[in-house]
Design a protein around this ligand. Structure first.
Ligand code: TXA
Ligand code: MG
Length: 447
């Protein structure tokens, strides 16, 4: 199948009337759209994305007038918000009417409604007699697309048409708001902030996100927005690793210091950062690097939406460090440089003959003084348990062993097992390099 990229609205409408799936631009991200009221068309969206049928789709409408047939109730707060923010990046969850197929809402009794702001999609929706179900146009779990080129990379040959609306203006998905037990809740933070909504409604709004805590072990966290290589989010000051793509919030580093430094917002605004987020992640995927180190973003206003996406994109990870008989200063400096918040000591014996300053009692005391957590776990099949406990308290945990060289140390075997379980395992080398476990065995670009 050839995938046409075009601004031809008539063609776009023809495909949709025929029950096909096409990509459409919105002000937030590109969507994979089909007739929301036609279960067969909607099923194609799920199959293309590889998305579980239990994960509901957003239904896109041309304006507020088209809402009543789709819902069984339209509360005042919802109508007010629609009038204020539509067209715009606000999705509102309401009890659905019979008209909306269960397939579209993942079996839920509610429907998520949104009126997108892009002029082409506005015109398209006005010309159609039905609303459009449209999730972001990426395979399930991957980075959302903000240009037609991103969509082509994912779906070339699988969909007949991409409506070309240029790069998305807002760049981050809509805010999703609903009501639970008489209380308004945000299911997904987005371009319209909680503060803004609270102000116009003069009421408190809660959050009801997918999870309550930081991602810990792989599998505990619904993966989303993830690039094709491990992304480690949350650095104060990401180390300029030669094998990494580095993403900084603002322009702080001379980009010539490192070939793969990306700046999220050259002008230092959250709006620009949101607009560029997915574009930068797509660029990181293309860099010849092993992994991505992403600086923490400010957690206020629009920053919360960015933070939410990045937490979900974050790969569960663990570091390893050895000491041999390193001077204490070097060891501590490595921990600071890699922003390690906790040490899990894997050594079989709590004392060290060659390096008395690494004996357990002294080490624990010294680390505590530096604000670094310490735990000891010499029993191999209990490492994961201890690790998860520390990960809940510190964003970066390092496994400690005696040998500086991980290949000569039993933490190498531990690394194999943790990699198998889905962790990204990184070895900290005493020459200040960070390598993904076993990456040194398979790097075509190193020579
Ligand atoms: O900005 C956006 O909202 C983009 C553009 C294309 O409009 N769409 C988008 O769709 O982000 P998608 O499918 O990637 O994310 C939709 C989210 C899902 O996380 C889904 O769980 C939630 O909306 N959702 C849909 N219907 C819902 C409902 N009835 N109740 C709660 N959450 C719902
Ligand atoms: Mg999505």
């Amino acid at each position: 199948m050839e995938t046409i990229v075009s601004t031809d609205l008539r063609k776009a409408a023809d495909y949709l009337r025929a029950g096909e799936v096409i990509a459409i631009p919105t002000e937030t991200v590109y969507g994979l759209a089909a007739n929301a009221l036609d279960p067969q068309a909607v099923e194609k969206i799920f199959r293309l994305k590889g998305r579980p049928f239990s994960d509901p789709l957003i239904v896109h409408v041309a304006d507020v007038e088209r809402v009543p047939p789709l819902v069984s109730a339209l509360p005042l707060w919802a109508e007010k918000l629609m009038n204020l923010f539509w067209p715009g990046p606000l999705t509102i969850v309401l009890p659905k009417s019979e008209q909306v197929p269960d397939l579209t809402t993942g079996g839920l009794p509610t429907v998520a409604l949104r009126c997108p702001k892009h002029p082409l999609t506005q015109a398209l929706l006005e010309s159609l007699p039905f609303p459009l179900a449209a999730p972001s146009a990426n395979p399930f779990g991957r980075v959302s697309p903000t240009t037609p080129a991103h969509v082509l990379e994912y779906f070339e040959g699988q969909i007949p048409f991409i409506l070309d609306g240029g790069p998305c203006e807002t760049g981050i998905e809509s805010t999703i708001l609903g009501e639970e037990n008489g209380r308004l809740v945000i299911y997904r933070p987005g371009a319209i902030t909680k503060e803004t909504l609270e102000e116009v409604l003069d009421t408190k709004i809660g959050y009801r996100l997918y999870t309550k805590s930081q991602p810990q072990a792989p599998g505990q966290f619904p993966k989303h927005y993830a690039p094709s290589k491990p992304l480690l989010y949350g650095w104060q000051d990401p180390p300029l690793e030669p094998h990494a793509s580095i993403v900084l919030f603002e322009d702080e580093t001379d980009e010539s210091e490192h070939p793969y430094v990306h700046t999220l917002s050259p002008s230092g605004t959250l709006e620009e950062a949101a607009q560029r987020l997915y574009q930068v992640l797509h660029a990181c995927e293309k860099d010849p690097t092993e992994y991505i180190l992403f600086q923490q973003v400010p957690q206020e206003g629009l920053g919360l939406a960015l933070h939410d996406r990045l937490r979900r994109a974050h790969h569960p990870s663990v570091f390893t460090i050895g000491h041999s008989n390193h001077p204490w200063e070097l060891f501590l400096d490595l921990l600071r440089y890699y922003e390690i918040g906790a040490i899990l000591d894997l050594r079989r014996k709590p004392t060290s003959a060659i390096a008395p300053h690494f004996s357990q009692a002294i080490l624990q005391k010294a680390l505590t003084k530096e604000g670094i957590l310490y735990d000891w776990q010499p029993v191999p099949n209990r490492v994961l348990f201890s690790l998860e406990k520390l990960m809940a308290r510190a964003p970066r945990v390092a496994l400690l062993c005696a040998e500086a060289d991980p290949t000569k140390c039993h933490r190498y075997k531990e690394s194999d097992e943790l990699t198998e379980k889905g962790f990204a395992v990184f070895h900290i080398y005493p020459n200040y390099t960070l390598r993904l476990h076993k990456a040194e065995l398979s790097l075509p670009f190193e020579e």
